[in-house]
Design a protein around this ligand. Structure first.
Ligand code: ADP
Length: 458
């Protein structure tokens, strides 16, 4: 258990690729933090800097109050679980879990107790004598987590631990991780590209894009108060609808106008816009599909049904409105069997002022947020919908990569600052260049354990 402090932490690869722009983040003891964003946004690099697997170009990292910039991974008191559950194929589950403890020369009795406790937590006590080949993907991932649990680390790092599992198993393991978190009760930093995983697991979520931290907040905060268009589009499924619209200010009241419909914003929103000194202006209006409602009202926004998708408890109606595709989620009552609507059917929809998100069309900045002193980023195109769980194109990593030793950093005192909102200059982030390893054998043998003592002492 430990708190973490990341101060102006930055990573530049080969003097050219800015993988992570300087940012500050304070992580409380026992907090579960999720780093989330599209592939290549810098989340793994950030995690690997905390682990000590990647040298920090600039800034400082503190774990439990101790500056660890030059501390090697094995002395940081952390454990890491990777996407590839790196297990030794020739060892039993028991020996795989015990491995790190044996390296550290723990007494046999202690090792036995810890292995059995971890197996109990992970519900794999029955499998201790098996070899990894005789396990399912989910079971292997549990063993990999077991290897990390027995270390009783101060900080638990997880890099896309569920990416290799199929959708059903992934959902199951997600709730397992929630349970694990209750039992292990330590500080977690978890990396994923999947916003659902981030929303369900994180106490707080750090949303990244192209090396920039876009927003840090609780799932509720980032969902209800996205700091910019990127976060608005990335968090929530189906994706938020974005319209070109108009913001009207009348004294201290604010209205949005869309397709002939005028809706007054809630007093809370108006108060924030007033405080931010916003005036009437063209906006990007964000409306979540579940916040649009079909209506008979004459003044509502006109639309034409394109297609309707039956999702069980709701119907997702895709319509054409204001010259663009719009999704409306219509919940279905218990008795309703089908809420589908014929293609070409004219409908109307409306929305409440409390559900409207107003963004600056130039910068993508949420106008309810105070203007930052720094210039705003370039307008953001909306992200592609989150990729399906099995299509993760990210580079594969094994626990046995060579570990660069971080070079000594000058100790420059820096005050922690609040988490930054979107930063200025755009960076060019090239495609992933990490060599892709293709493992034919589903059981990937770890080539070395970066968090263990000298392996030759085994
Ligand atoms: P994510 O985990 O969000 O997918 P990464 O942290 O792996 O992203 O990568 C961030 C950026 O840094 C990407 O543009 C990637 O190509 C680049 N990058 C990652 N590792 C290296 C490396 N070893 N050398 C050069 N560039 C790298």
């Amino acid at each position: 258990m430990a708190d973490l402090s990341l101060r102006k932490v930055k990573k530049v690869y080969d003097n050219t690729v800015v993988a992570v722009q300087a940012f500050d983040l304070e992580i409380a003891d026992k907090e579960f933090i999720v780093l989330v964003g599209p592939s290549g946004c810098g989340k793994s690099t950030t995690l690997r800097m905390v682990a000590g697997l990647e040298e920090i170009t600039d800034g400082e990292i503190y774990i439990g109050g101790r500056k660890v910039n030059t501390v090697p991974p094995k002395d940081r008191d952390i454990a890491m679980v990777f996407q590839n559950y790196a297990l030794y194929p020739h060892m039993t589950v028991y020996d795989n879990i015990a491995y790190g403890l044996r390296l550290r020369k723990f007494p046999k009795r202690v090792i036995d107790q810890k292995v059995r406790e971890a197996a109990e937590i992970l519900d794999i006590s029955e499998l201790l004598k098996r070899k990894p080949k005789a396990l399912s993907g989910g079971q292997r991932q549990r063993v990999a987590i077991g290897r990390a649990i027995v270390r009783e680390p101060q900080v638990f790092l997880m890099d896309e631990p569920l990416s290799n599992l199929d959708a059903k198993l992934r959902n199951q393991m997600r709730s397992e991780i929630l349970k694990l978190r209750q039992k292990v009760n330590t500080t977690f930093i978890y990396v994923t590209h999947d916003q659902t995983e981030a929303m369900t697991l994180g106490d707080r979520i750090v949303i990244m894009k192209e090396g920039f931290v876009q927003q840090v907040g609780t799932p509720q905060e980032v969902f209800h108060h996205p700091s910019n268009l990127f976060v608005a589009g990335f968090i929530g499924t189906p994706q938020m609808n974005i319209f070109d619209a108009q913001l009207i200010r009348e004294g201290e009241r604010f209205f949005v106008e869309l397709g002939g419909l005028r809706v007054e914003l809630s007093p809370e929103k108006s108060a924030r816009l007033l405080a931010a000194e916003v005036d009437s202006q063209p906006i990007k209006l964000g409306l979540r599909p579940e916040h649009l409602s079909l209506t008979e009202r004459e003044d509502a926004v006109s639309a034409v049904v394109d297609v309707s998708e039956m999702m069980g408890s709701a119907v997702h109606i895709h319509v054409n409105a204001c010259g663009q595709d719009v999704v409306i989620v219509v919940p279905l009552g218990e008795e309703e069997e089908s809420g589908s609507m014929p293609i070409g059917m004219p409908v109307r929809f409306t929305f409440r002022g409390s559900a409207a998100h107003v963004f600056d069309p130039e910068t993508g900045h949420n106008l309810e947020y105070p203007k930052t002193a720094e210039p705003e980023p370039e307008p953001e195109p909306l992200p592609e919908p989150a990729p399906a769980p099995l299509q993760e194109p990210q580079a594969e990593e094994s626990a046995g990569e060579p570990i660069p030793e971080p070079s000594p950093e000058p100790a420059a005192p820096a005050e922690p600052e609040p988490a930054p909102l979107p930063k200025a200059e755009a960076v060019t982030v090239p495609e992933v260049v990490i060599p892709q390893e293709i493992f034919d054998d589903p059981v990937v043998p770890p080539l070395g354990d970066p968090f263990a003592e000298d392996e030759e002492n085994l």
